[in-house]
Design a protein around this ligand. Structure first.
Ligand SMILES: O=C(O)CCc1cccc(O)c1
Length: 527
């Protein structure tokens, strides 16, 4: 697949020396920056995205795109292509040695538009996002623009940028740093990035198999996530296997703390590890990398008019696929808030709520990631003994299965304490409460609820229609799958935010209560 570039062009702004004021400048054209750019543009906010490179980074890096992320991509017009071109999966199997200890199904229930997970190489996802951005006249994608200075005042932000033609200044109302774990934006804000560095080294190998070679019997037509603790082909360590698009496979080998990183980079050595795992040398090594990871986050996600999203704000281990997925969900959370503030419909408190909600989500992800990493690489004799017992017992008893942790896969976080939510006034027997992700559901006449929402506020009315000024109402049956997923009964109404989060819900419609909840969800609770 051809990866689109975004070649450097000198702009009028540079030639004239007169900064042109922009509503939003995004720093970083990775999946998070491009998602945010598309989200803002779809809300009619013009965006400039700058990146120090002029092309999509090569290599597959992130692989697994979770249901919520696919729903965001779908709303932005690229989800169906990504779900079609990637590898769909929902089952995972965890082995101890050669014996299966644990199996899971991420989405046992049918009737969802987007699958539980799609594996697609990060460069291919970025390519689809970048192409969509290049086709949108409201987005300007500028390559070889390196951010080297940031200054803000009450009115806006001045960005000092280095290009092949020298330095120049840009001016924006808001700046969002989506510029990765080494984020220049975060450094220029002087924010700390603290957490835990894990000592274990891991090797990633992307390989293409010769026809007929099946990784340890796995059927490529029924892809699953396979994880081994202490397998016979890589004693004392762990291994993770995923199918990717275009016949590629991702293998992660744990190498341990004392691994000699330089020696491990040797292609012959990598191939020997892959051959031992496949029991065959019928493969081509396409890409490899050695990594060590951190679980950490920036102390703030907002400093005045500058915000952080994705790896610039938080970092986790790959296990659980929580890195890129939570970054895209940051963008989903931020886009509508920034647009509402720019339009004067939402108060500045919305951006504090972005920080509050996404710090909550980052801490949740970091907690999951740290627990998985502690299980995968135990640090004491006691934790090693616990792990061995859990793995032995899991193969034989139900109660021990949940103790096995090879990475709990990414789910959207609930923003339970969000200042934008209105707490339940009456008891609900089930369904997502305020702050929780809203489930999709099939519609009676065909199509999906998510297709009707399309990124705005909406009121779901179960059983019969209701009327609220300037708020789209979607009437759904009072019984059936959608009502069950929402815990609704005839007469219930549920207010959804543009990022698919429940803002409030009632068992009986009250127009004043809905209006008050809508104001609260815009960061204007006292009006
Ligand atoms: O299955 C998982 O837990 C994550 C798989 C993954 C994600 C990102 C990079 C990588 O090497 C593996």
């Amino acid at each position: 697949m051809n990866l689109p570039g975004y070649p450097y062009h000198q702009t009028l702004e540079q030639r004239s020396g007169q900064p042109q004021r922009r509503p939003v400048v995004i720093v970083g054209a990775g999946p998070v920056g491009l998602t945010l750019a598309l989200d803002l543009a779809r809300r009619d906010v013009p965006v400039v995205v700058i990146d120090d490179s002029d092309r999509i980074g090569e290599g597959s890096r992130a692989v697994c795109w979770a249901k919520k992320t696919l729903e965001v991509f779908d709303r932005l017009g690229v989800g169906e292509a990504i779900a079609r071109d990637g590898v769909r999966w929902q089952r995972g199997r965890v082995f101890h040695g050669e014996r299966e200890a644990y199996a899971f199904d991420l989405l046992p229930e049918a009737h969802h538009k987007m699958p539980a997970m799609v594996n697609l190489q990060q460069d291919q996802v970025e390519a689809r996002l970048a192409r969509a951005a290049q086709l949108d006249g409201r987005i300007e994608l500028r390559g070889r623009h390196e951010l080297i200075g940031l200054e803000q005042d009450s009115d806006g932000v001045t960005l000092n940028v280095r290009t092949p033609d020298g330095l120049f200044d840009m001016r924006a109302d808001w700046v969002v740093g989506c510029d990765g774990a080494r984020s220049p934006t975060r450094s220029l804000l002087g924010l700390s990035f603290q957490g835990q560095v894990f000592e274990d080294r891991f090797l990633i190998a992307d390989v293409r198999l010769a026809p007929g070679v099946r990784p340890r019997g796995l059927d490529p037509a029924r892809p699953e996530r396979w994880f081994w603790f202490d397998p016979p082909f890589h004693r004392g360590q762990s291994v993770l296997l995923h199918a990717q698009a275009d016949g590629l496979w991702r293998i992660d080998f744990q190498l341990g703390r004392d691994a000699d990183t330089e020696a491990e980079r040797d292609a012959g050595r990598i191939k020997a590890r892959v051959a031992a795992m496949l029991d065959s040398d019928g493969f081509e090594l396409v890409w490899s990398s050695i990594y060590q990871f951190c679980c950490r986050r920036a102390e703030r996600f907002r400093v005045g008019r500058v915000l952080l999203a994705g790896d610039a704000a938080h970092q986790v281990s790959p296990f659980g696929a929580r890195g890129a997925n939570s970054g895209v969900q940051d963008a989903d959370n931020l886009g509508w808030k920034l647009a509402a503030v720019l339009r004067g419909e939402g108060s500045d408190a919305l951006l504090d709520a972005y920080e509050f909600e996404r710090i909550e989500a980052a801490d949740d992800n970091i907690g999951h990631s740290t627990r998985a990493t502690d299980f995968i690489s135990p640090k004491s004799a006691l934790s090693r003994r616990f792990r061995r017992a859990a793995l032995d017992l899991a193969a034989r008893t139900e109660f021990a299965k949940p103790l096995v942790n090879s990475g709990r896969l990414s789910l959207p976080s609930a923003h339970v304490d969000s200042p934008l939510s209105t707490p339940d006034a009456d008891p609900w027997a089930g369904g997502p409460g305020p702050g929780c992700p809203a489930p999709d559901a099939p519609l009676d006449g065909g199509g999906w609820l998510s297709e009707r929402l399309r990124g705005g506020f909406a009121l779901l009315a179960f059983g019969w229609p209701v009327n609220v000024e300037r708020l789209p109402v979607i009437t759904l049956p009072g019984e059936g799958l959608a009502a069950t997923r929402y815990g609704a009964r005839p007469g219930s109404v549920v207010l959804l935010r543009p990022d698919g989060v429940v803002a409030a819900r009632w068992h009986r419609f009250d127009a004043d209560a809905v209006s008050a909840a809508l104001l609260r969800a815009h960061g204007r609770p006292n009006e």
